[in-house]
Design a protein around this ligand. Structure first.
Ligand SMILES: Cc1cc2nc3c(=O)[nH]c(=O)nc-3n(C[C@H](O)[C@H](O)[C@H](O)COP(=O)(O)OP(=O)(O)OC[C@H]3O[C@@H](n4cnc5c(N)ncnc54)[C@H](O)[C@@H]3O)c2cc1C
Length: 427
C-alpha cells in the first residue's frame, strides 16, 4: 500500500451563521459515528452528526446477513489484536479502554442480549440487526444527538475557533470534530479531509475469495473441509480454518483470512498467485503416510476410490484418485509406495492457481485510510490538529471476518467520543 498526500481541495467557505455553531460535530452516521456521538454527548454538550446519505447505520442494518455480527467471543486483548491485519499495535492500546466485554455490557444493559455462536461470532439473541440499530438510535435520541441527513461534508478547514465544515447545506463551525466517515475503495473519496494534510494510505481491498478459473476443482463446488491450512506460495502467509470450494474458486474463513493478511502482497501480484492447500490441518505429511499404510495393512482388499480417508468427502477423494491416476479397482493392499506418496501430496500440498478475486459480500472492508502514526491510540485525537478525532474504518485498520470490524468501530468510536467530551468538561 502506498502513502500519499491528496491535493488540497478547493474550498468555498461561505461564512458561518450563528445558528450553525456546534460544540461537537461527528462526520458519518455509521457504527463508529453513532458510538462516538453517543459517548461525546452530555448535559450541555450539543452533538451534531452529519450523514451524507438519507439513512444512518445502513451497514449495521445489512451486516452479518441481516443479523449483525456485533463482536467476537471475549478473549485476551493480546489475542484479539491478532485478528487485525492492519492496526494490531494501535488497537492493543485502544482495546485497553474499551474491550469486547465492554461491548457486551453496553448492548446487554440496553436490552439487547447477545449470544456467542460456536465459531466465536457474537450476534444479538433476537437474530436481527434491527435490535442493534434500535439500541444505538434510541440511546442517541435520549441524549439529544441531532442527525443531519443527506448532508455530506465537502471540506474541513481548521480555524482559530475550531473547524469550519463546508457542507452542501451551508457552513458550520464546530469546536471539535470527530471524523467517522468509513472506508472507501478509492482515494478520491477522502478528498474532504485533504485540507487536514493527514497522511493517507491508499485503499486496497481486503476480505475476498480466490478465483481459480483454470482449476478443475471448481466442478466440486459446495464441498468443504472444516480444518484446512491454506498458504500462499512465495510468502510466509499460512492460515488455518474451514475451506469451501465454490463455483469461482476457493472461499471460507481460511481463504478470507489469507486475503486479509496477504492483501498488500496479493494487490502487488495483481491477484495472480499460487495457493497451497493442506486439507486436514490436524495431520502432518508423515501422519497421512503412516495412516495410509496402516489402513492398507488392515483393509488390503478395499478399493481406494470408494473408501475415502482423513475426513475427505467422497467427491473430493475421487478427484484426488483421478489426479494420482488410480484405476477404478485400485485396492489399498496394492498401493505402491510411489502411488501412496502421490496421494499424500494431494492431501498435504494441493496447489491451485489464483487469477482474480471475488468480493466477499457478507462482510467486505477496505484496507487503507488515515495513517495510524498520526493519531493517538489512547484518545483517537489527531497528532496534527488538536480537538480533531478519528473513529472506525476511516483509519488504516481493519479486521478479518467474525465481528472484529464492528469491535474496532465500537472501541474507536467510544474513545473519540469520550475524548472530545472530556475536552469540553475540562475547558
Ligand atoms: C455487507 C457488509 C456486511 C458486514 N458485516 C459485518 C459484520 O457482521 N460484522 C463486522 O464486524 N463487520 C461487518 N462489516 C464491516 C463493518 O460494516 C464496517 O467495518 C463498519 O460498518 C465500519 O463502521 P464505520 O462507522 O467506520 O463506517 P461506515 O459504517 O461505512 O459509516 C460511515 C458513514 O459515513 C458516511 N459518510 C462518508 N463520507 C461522508 C461525508 N463526507 N460526509 C458525511 N457523511 C459521510 C457514510 O455515508 C456512512 O454512513 C460488514 C460490511 C459490509 C459491507
Amino acid at each position: 500500500m502506498g502513502q500519499c498526500q491528496l491535493p488540497e481541495k478547493m474550498l468555498n467557505f461561505r461564512g458561518v451563521s450563528t445558528g450553525n455553531r456546534v460544540k461537537i460535530a461527528v462526520i458519518g452516521g455509521g457504527a463508529a459515528g453513532y458510538f462516538a456521538a453517543i459517548h461525546a454527548s452530555g448535559p450541555g454538550i450539543q452533538v451534531l452528526l452529519f450523514e451524507k446519505s438519507p439513512k444512518v447505520l445502513s451497514k449495521v442494518k445489512i451486516s452479518g446477513g441481516g443479523r449483525c455480527n456485533v463482536t467476537h467471543r471475549p478473549m485476551e486483548n493480546s489475542k484479539l489484536v491478532k485478528n487485525y491485519p492492519r492496526g494490531e499495535k494501535f488497537l492493543k492500546k485502544a482495546f485497553a479502554h474499551f474491550s469486547v466485554e465492554d461491548t457486551f455490557t453496553w448492548f446487554e444493559s440496553r436490552g439487547v442480549p447477545l449470544k456467542i455462536e460456536e465459531d466465536g461470532r457474537v450476534f444479538p439473541r433476537s437474530n436481527t440487526s434491527q435490535s442493534i440499530v434500535d439500541a444505538l438510535q434510541d440511546t442517541a435520541d435520549k441524549l439529544g444527538v441531532t442527525a443531519h441527513l443527506s448532508t455530506g461534508i465537502q471540506a474541513i478547514k481548521p480555524v482559530a475557533a475550531g473547524y469550519e465544515l463546508l457542507t452542501d447545506k451551508g457552513t458550520f463551525l464546530a469546536d471539535r470534530v470527530i471524523i467517522a466517515s468509513g472506508g472507501h475503495p478509492s482515494l478520491g473519496a477522502y478528498g474532504f479531509v485533504s485540507t487536514l494534510k493527514h497522511k493517507l494510505i491508499a485503499p486496497i481491498p481486503s476480505l475476498f475469495t480466490f478465483n481459480t478459473p483454470q482449476e478443475p476443482i471448481r466442478e466440486l463446488m459446495g464441498i468443504s473441509m472444516g480444518d484446512a491450512v491454506v498458504k500462499l506460495e512465495g510468502t510466509k502467509l499460512s492460515y488455518r480454518g474451514p475451506i469451501l470450494i465454490t463455483h469461482w474458486g476457493i472461499s471460507g474463513p481460511a481463504v478470507l483470512k489469507l486475503s486479509a493478511f496477504g492483501a498488500a502482497w496479493l494487490h502487488e501480484q495483481q491477484y495472480t498467485a499460487r495457493a497451497i492447500i493442506h486439507w486436514n490441518g490436524a495431520l502432518s505429511e508423515q501422519d497421512y503416510a503412516n495412516q495410509l499404510q496402516d489402513y492398507a495393512l488392515g483393509h488390503p482388499q478395499r478399493k481406494v476410490l470408494s473408501h475415502p480417508l482423513f475426513g475427505v468427502p467422497s467427491r473430493l477423494w475421487e478427484h484426488f484418485c483421478q489426479n494420482v491416476g488410480f484405476a477404478a479397482d485400485q485396492r489399498y493392499g496394492e498401493l505402491s509406495k510411489k502411488l501412496a506418496n502421490k496421494l499424500v501430496q494431494q492431501l498435504f500440498c494441493y496447489t491451485v492457481d489464483m487469477k482474480g478475486k471475488t468480493t466477499f459480500k457478507e462482510e467486505f472492508v477496505t484496507a487503507g485510510g488515515i495513517a495510524l502514526e498520526e493519531v493517538n491510540p489512547d484518545t483517537l485525537e489527531s497528532l496534527l490538529h488538536p480537538k480533531l478525532y478519528f473513529a472506525g474504518e476511516v483509519l488504516n485498520l481493519d479486521g478479518i471476518t467474525g465481528g472484529f470490524n464492528f469491535q474496532a468501530a465500537w472501541t474507536t468510536g467510544y474513545l473519540a467520543g469520550i475524548s472530545a467530551k472530556k475536552e469540553d468538561l475540562d475547558s
